[in-house]
Design a binder for this molecule. Structure first.
Ligand SMILES: [Zn+2]
Length: 310
């Protein structure tokens, strides 16, 4: 039953339709102010960034559809104006589940090109063995970008920067330059679990490490860092996370070089020293994702296709 419980929790985190069937009546949205005009909202699903003020409210991610009214009510405690823009950090349902509601209410949704592409068609999350149906038109980003976009609102400059092939192939980081707050989406899981690298959505361990290094370039010594999941973090937390990724990657790479199997590498427990045995991504699952990312996992329908080295 343990495995079924874990799977249900992961489905709830990632697949909006599964979550929509869950009872979210007990979920409360907690607001934490980080700077004038900048807050983070915690509820169920990915952490929400908020820019609020006279130029209109901007949400970074919007959790699940059943929470839209509560999220809007939480925003209204800071500013009565409607949500003008929604920025999605990536396509997963625990970050985009509110898009349809906010889109219908008039918000303009922005995201990387690949977020719209993936949300427009059925997706298969290989690690979870789950299909996610295409999203309705109103949930899709209407403004998409390849490299990034900048918003000039509420006395701040919000730089939205794409980081390739990290958690997925459509991740964006968002930095408030004046408030010095950085929202990282699921490029950063802080304390609650080992990272989920969604290989079937184009994620990779090397891209993830590069994305965290990019974030460290954007961040200063006092930057407040909003992770996709977990509490607000510091630059030092982000450095520790990067070092963990580099360490586990190196151990797995050494195992592959020594021709050890995945099971043998897992048995050497490369991630054990970092704790978090009970997160929704277990140490063995994280090691498996790193292994497959480095080795290149065989794709479905590609039997007989040769892997070419470059
Ligand atoms: Zn995600």
């Amino acid at each position: 039953m343990m495995r079924i419980g874990m799977l249900a929790a992961m489905l709830a985190l990632l697949a909006a339709p599964a979550a929509a069937q869950q009872d979210m009546s007990g979920v409360e949205i907690r607001v934490e102010r980080l700077a004038p005009g900048v807050a983070v909202l915690f509820g169920s699903g990915g952490n929400i960034g908020l820019s609020y003020g006279e130029d209109g409210n901007v949400l970074i991610d919007d959790q699940y559809a059943p929470l839209t009214e509560k999220i809007a009510a939480a925003v209204a405690t800071l500013d009565p104006r409607p949500v003008r823009f929604v920025i999605n950090t990536h396509w997963h349902g625990d970050h985009t589940g509110g898009n349809e509601n906010f889109g219908k209410a008039g918000a303009v949704i922005l995201a990387h090109d690949n977020v719209r592409t993936r949300m427009s068609a059925e997706q298969f999350l290989e690690a979870l063995n789950v299909r996610v149906p295409p999203s309705p038109k109103e949930a899709l980003p209407v403004v998409t970008f390849a490299q990034g976009v900048t918003l000039h609102l509420n006395g701040d400059i919000m730089r939205v920067v794409h980081v390739p092939r990290a958690h997925t192939d459509g991740d964006a980081l968002v930095h408030w330059q004046n408030a010095d707050v950085l929202h990282m989406g699921d490029v950063f899981f802080h304390r609650v679990t080992f990272p989920f690298i969604d290989l079937s959505s184009g994620g990779s361990v090397d891209g993830l490490i590069a994305a965290v290094n990019r974030a460290l370039e954007m961040a200063g010594p006092n930057t407040r860092v909003i992770p996709g999941h977990g509490p607000v973090a510091t630059r030092a937390d982000l450095i520790a996370y990067r070092d963990m990724l580099v360490d586990v990657r190196a151990q797995v790479a050494a195992g592959i070089k020594a021709r050890r199997t995945l099971a043998q590498i897992q048995a050497s427990r490369p991630a054990a020293r970092y704790g978090m045995p009970d997160g929704f991504i277990k140490p063995d699952q994280f090691v498996e994702a790193v292994y497959k990312s480095l080795r290149g996992s065989p794709r479905p329908h590609s039997h007989g296709a040769r892997t070419h080295s470059h």
